[in-house]
Design a binder for this molecule. Structure first.
Ligand SMILES: Nc1ncnc2c1ncn2[C@@H]1O[C@H](COP(=O)(O)OP(=O)(O)OP(=O)(O)O)[C@@H](O)[C@H]1O
Ligand SMILES: [Mg+2]
Length: 291
């Protein structure tokens, strides 16, 4: 079963995380603290002195300003910051959707921002999954076909992709009844869970999510967050932008972005439902950051 394969594949990463012991889980600190054990986590993506400038005629807007960041295997990194601080711009540069103006995005020792358009497209397809605020499902295709289209970009094994899509759909809590429904026949939360499955169909090394719960009501928000937490617990690396504290507390790292640079980081450790201390630490951190 694909799901079991995914689980086994990710178990090693999970063991690594759990192996960090108590310090990692309970000793959360403010602003770029070096937590014991983090060295053991492999860096999979690194931004070095990232700058992004948009030009509008003679006016230049410096949105990312020498931003440095590491994403480690098994991270659930949450990016917060006020509107316009550059969160989406950073996500797009990190994931190869867009290119930085200056600086490097290192993936396995290579600077992906120097890739040709074709090579960058292959990088995105093979290594990244995406979920956005809007689900961007194709209304003319049923749920399975929406996912198959993404899967077939990487593998030609239609039967295997269909099996994997069905297993993932069940894993995110949807039933067989939705397989052949069209997106317009789904609730917002169901549609976003389908979008998550589409983002995960090619077993991406990193799932990038830009306000994935931004358009959902609170019940659907919790459903979608539970799904993301479950994948993270099974080893999926996630980078998520959010404005929402409830969403943010699911992450193990909070990165705060202000005027295009990361001004603070909070290491929250492993998520546990109903952890009041975690909520308080996040609230205090955000207050200190001026959120
Ligand atoms: N393609 C573009 N062309 C010109 N300016 C842009 C472009 N994309 C983003 N910007 C500008 O860059 C700034 C940062 O935008 P960005 O979307 O990264 O912010 P954000 O932190 O994601 O905000 P929000 O929380 O509202 O989504 C904004 O002022 C925006 O207008
Ligand atoms: Mg944004």
């Amino acid at each position: 079963m694909w799901w079991s394969y995914f689980y086994i594949k990710c178990k090693k990463q999970l063991r690594n995380r759990q192996g960090m012991g108590k310090d990692f889980c309970s000793d959360s600190r403010y602003t770029c603290m070096q937590m014991g054990g983090n060295d053991e986590m492999k860096t999979i993506l690194q931004a070095k002195d990232l700058c992004k400038t948009f030009s509008n005629g003679s006016v230049q807007q410096h949105v990312l300003r020498n931003l440095n960041l590491e994403i480690r295997e098994g991270d659930f990194a949450v990016v917060m910051g006020s509107s316009g601080s550059g969160k989406s711009t950073m996500l797009y540069s990190l994931s190869g959707i867009d290119r930085p103006t200056l600086g490097q995005v290192m993936y396995e020792g290579e600077d992906i921002s120097k890739y040709s358009n074709d090579k960058l497209a292959v990088f995105r397809r093979n290594h990244c999954g995406f979920v956005f605020q809007q689900n961007y499902l194709n209304d003319t295709m049923d749920v399975l076909d929406n996912i198959m289209v993404s899967g077939l970009l990487v593998s030609k094994n239609r039967k295997r992709i269909a099996e994997r899509a069905k297993e993932l759909l069940l894993a995110v809590g949807l039933t067989e009844e939705v397989f052949h429904k069209f997106p317009t026949q789904l609730s917002g939360g169901e549609a976003q869970r389908v979008a998550i499955v589409r983002g995960l169909i090619n077993e991406p090394q990193i799932l990038f999510a830009d306000e994935p719960t931004g358009a959902l009501n609170s019940r659907n928000t919790e459903n979608v967050l539970d799904v993301m937490t479950k994948f993270h617990e099974n080893g999926q690396t996630i980078v998520m932008v959010t404005h929402d504290m409830r969403s943010a507390r699911r992450g193990n790292r909070i990165l705060y972005l202000k005027d295009g640079i990361i001004t603070g980081e909070l290491d929250l450790g492993t998520y546990r439902s109903g952890d009041r201390k975690r909520h308080d630490m996040l609230r205090d951190f955000l207050q200190e950051m001026g959120w």
